[in-house]
Design a protein around this ligand. Structure first.
Ligand code: SF4
Length: 332
């Protein structure tokens, strides 16, 4: 889609959501706080976005971060064009007890970013050769993101835009993003209201995530790759398998298979690590057996584009980011 079309759609989306910050209902929490005056909603965010890091990320799914072949062709051309241009937004509207990004989601570490500042980060990442702009935890910052995109598209942003959310999105807000987002990358974390209440304080998680992700699937039903294997558009759902919650994971997979386009991507993550406030029963790693049960059903159901991590990570094997560092990830 051409930049003029995107700019038109951004203007319509901003128009439709104007005023929502004064009585915030942007996400299913519906805090109804006036974000122009205070940052007291669950996301702890006012009208400006806050950003922790903007960097080239090499640890996302290969279709987002790049892969060996892409790397070789880039080296041949001399362009450092691997990596997902990732912008880590501070604050979170969900706040899972076990969050490995708790420094951002719970502790809200980061700095305010003006709209032109955020646009500049996007353009700078494109300049560095990023394959895409990957907005992590965009849900509560969707308005400053749209305002920044107006600036960035007018100044030549042209790489795909990735909406990388926890899935706890308002289906109506996702509807407003039609034609703006190229790649949706939401989690579906839980189906059970009891589990989502226990670990994320949101009994209505799936009640909202289900319709929101279905809307994403209607907008972007096919995961499309370019000639070098990088995602150009589509939907990739992430599901992190949580220890002791295998039945819920299986239920998530069955729902996806029955309700969404067969041409989406599904990424099953084994990298669970008990962080921050993870309670006793999940203060342990995932077992191989638990992960295999989930991947086994995914293979049986025949998902077209399936991303599987090799094995559950072992204790001590973990690559939990440290956002207090300039380079939060150990790989480059
Ligand atoms: S975006 Fe933030 S303030 Fe608004 S409803 Fe969601 S959590 Fe509450």
């Amino acid at each position: 889609m051409k930049n003029e079309d995107k700019l038109y759609r951004i203007d319509r989306a901003l128009e439709a959501m104007s005023g929502v910050e004064s009585d915030c209902t942007l996400c299913p929490r519906r805090c109804r706080v006036d974000r122009r005056k205070e940052a007291t909603g669950v996301c702890q965010t006012g009208v400006q976005a806050r950003v922790s890091h903007a960097l080239l990320h090499f640890g996302e799914e290969p279709v987002l971060s790049g892969h060996a072949d892409l790397s070789r062709s880039d080296q041949a051309s001399g362009r450092p064009s691997r990596g997902s241009g990732t912008i880590f937004l501070s604050g979170c509207n969900l706040k899972c007890l076990f969050c490995q990004n708790y420094q951002l989601s719970w502790l809200n570490e980061g700095s305010p970013a003006s709209d032109p500042g955020l646009a500049g980060m996007m353009l700078d990442l494109q300049e560095q050769g990023a394959l895409n702009i990957n907005l992590v935890s965009p849900t509560h910052a969707v308005l400053p993101i749209l305002r920044a995109l107006r600036i960035a598209y007018a100044r030549g942003l042209s790489i795909p835009l990735v909406y990388n959310s926890n899935g706890y999105d308002s289906p109506a807000v996702i509807g407003r993003l039609d034609g703006i987002i190229d790649i949706y990358l939401p989690d579906i974390k839980y189906r059970s209201p009891d589990i989502s209440k226990k670990y994320s304080g949101a009994a209505d998680y799936f009640e909202n995530a289900g319709p929101a992700v279905r809307e994403m699937s209607l907008q972007q039903p096919v995961l499309e790759l370019d000639g070098e294997g990088a995602a150009r558009k589509g939907l990739i759902i992430r599901h992190l398998v949580i220890p002791g919650c295998v039945e819920d994971s299986l239920s998530v997979l069955r729902w996806i298979k029955t309700n969404l386009s067969p041409f989406i991507g599904l990424s099953l993550m084994s990298q669970y690590h008990p962080c921050y406030k993870a309670p006793g029963e999940i203060r342990r790693p995932l077992t191989e057996d638990e992960y295999r049960k989930v991947t086994g059903l995914a293979l049986e159901l025949g998902f077209e584009n399936l991303f599987i991590q090799p094995e559950p990570f072992l204790p001590g094997d973990h690559l939990v980011p440290d956002f207090a560092k300039k380079e939060p990830f150990p790989w480059k």
